[in-house]
Design a protein around this ligand. Structure first.
Ligand SMILES: [Fe+2]
Length: 163
């Protein structure tokens, strides 16, 4: 693939990924304001933009590998990279007096560390069958039932989504 095309893919991937998340937030706002059809349209566009982002990512990375390779990439590379990125950002925010962002980055680092422990638990017991609940605010993943309040950000059980 030529360099210019690759650069376009990378740039548009970031742009469309960000746009998809924003559309979800716009959908929530429209719902809160009682404009249900507009909320549906924003959600539909969010799903569409997620599909577009996935398609671009496939072009960048090639097809996803076998489970073992994907686990290696996810749990030995991507997640540890994100943890250290969040931790560095938290430190910078703290020394810059950005309290809210220090808090947010630190919470996200803890959320990502939890993913590693969930994977370890799955490795120990490959026969386990359980659901996961994900906090819609901070992304904390809880195995089994949703907690009354998120242990990371204190969001109520109603914010948790079953996966
Ligand atoms: Fe949370």
């Amino acid at each position: 693939m030529d360099t210019k095309t690759r650069q376009h893919i990378e740039e548009i991937f970031l742009q469309v990924s960000r746009a998809a998340i924003r559309k979800k937030l716009y959908g929530l706002r429209a719902e809160q304001d009682g404009d249900i059809q507009l909320a549906r349209l924003f959600r539909a566009i969010a799903v569409s933009e997620e599909a577009q982002a996935r398609r671009l990512l496939l072009q960048l990375r090639g097809r996803t590998g076998k489970n073992a390779e994907n686990c290696q990439t996810a749990f030995a590379e991507e997640i540890p990279d994100l943890i250290s990125r969040y931790e560095q950002a938290a430190e910078t925010a703290e020394s810059g007096g950005e309290k809210a962002m220090h808090f947010a980055f630190s919470q996200s680092a803890r959320v990502q560390r939890k993913h590693l422990s969930l994977k370890k638990k799955l490795e120990k017991n490959r026969d386990m069958e359980s659901t996961y609940h994900v906090c819609g605010f901070c992304g904390f993943v809880m195995e089994g039932n949703a907690p009354d309040n998120c242990p990371i950000c204190s969001a109520p059980a109603s914010r948790f989504q079953k996966v």
